[in-house]
Design a protein around this ligand. Structure first.
Ligand SMILES: O=C(O)CCC(=O)C(=O)O
Ligand SMILES: [Fe+2]
Length: 146
């Protein structure tokens, strides 16, 4: 579980609370407070996820995209800072043990829907983020079969 705290920022155009990323893992269940900040990338545009009281935001993560062979998309999201309010969110990250291998479910694969992702485990994620190359591709992009 991750507790994020974004202090109010007088110049919100100069920074981000959290840069654009997708979540590693299967599902993230997120509780945000009433201060706006979370945005998801939808059809090339950043859309603010309006806080809704007594509700959770559920994010599909990279593993679910891989397991579903791309049927469910791991959405890119980011957090803006708020000019007047401190913002707090609680993210509950749901995934498999570090040594488990995630791959597209064989039940979903056939000639019309061939496998689109490589086998993936925590080691491949660590290898990816620890290389010094410039990161033009996301980790998820690096797991796609061409
Ligand atoms: O603070 C938020 O609303 C999102 C946090 C987030 O994306 C994360 O912890 O992965
Ligand atoms: Fe996230």
């Amino acid at each position: 579980m991750v507790l994020n705290c974004y202090p109010q920022c007088p110049e919100p155009d100069l920074t981000l609370g959290m840069p654009s990323h997708s979540d590693y893992g299967f599902l993230t269940i997120l509780l945000q407070d009433e201060a706006e900040g979370l945005q998801v990338l939808h059809e090339g545009k950043w859309i603010t996820v309006k806080p809704l009281s007594n509700s959770f935001v559920v994010n599909v993560g990279d593993h679910l995209e891989i397991f579903s062979n791309g049927r469910y998309k791991s959405v890119l999201h980011r957090v803006l800072v708020n000019p007047s309010k401190l913002r707090v969110s609680v993210a509950s990250l749901h995934s498999l043990p570090f040594d488990a291998i995630v791959r597209p479910s064989t039940k979903l694969l056939n000639e019309a829907n061939p496998r689109r992702y490589k086998d993936t485990d925590f080691g491949s994620f660590v290898d990816y983020i620890s290389t010094c190359d410039s990161k033009e591709k996301s980790f998820l992009e690096s797991r796609k079969l061409s």
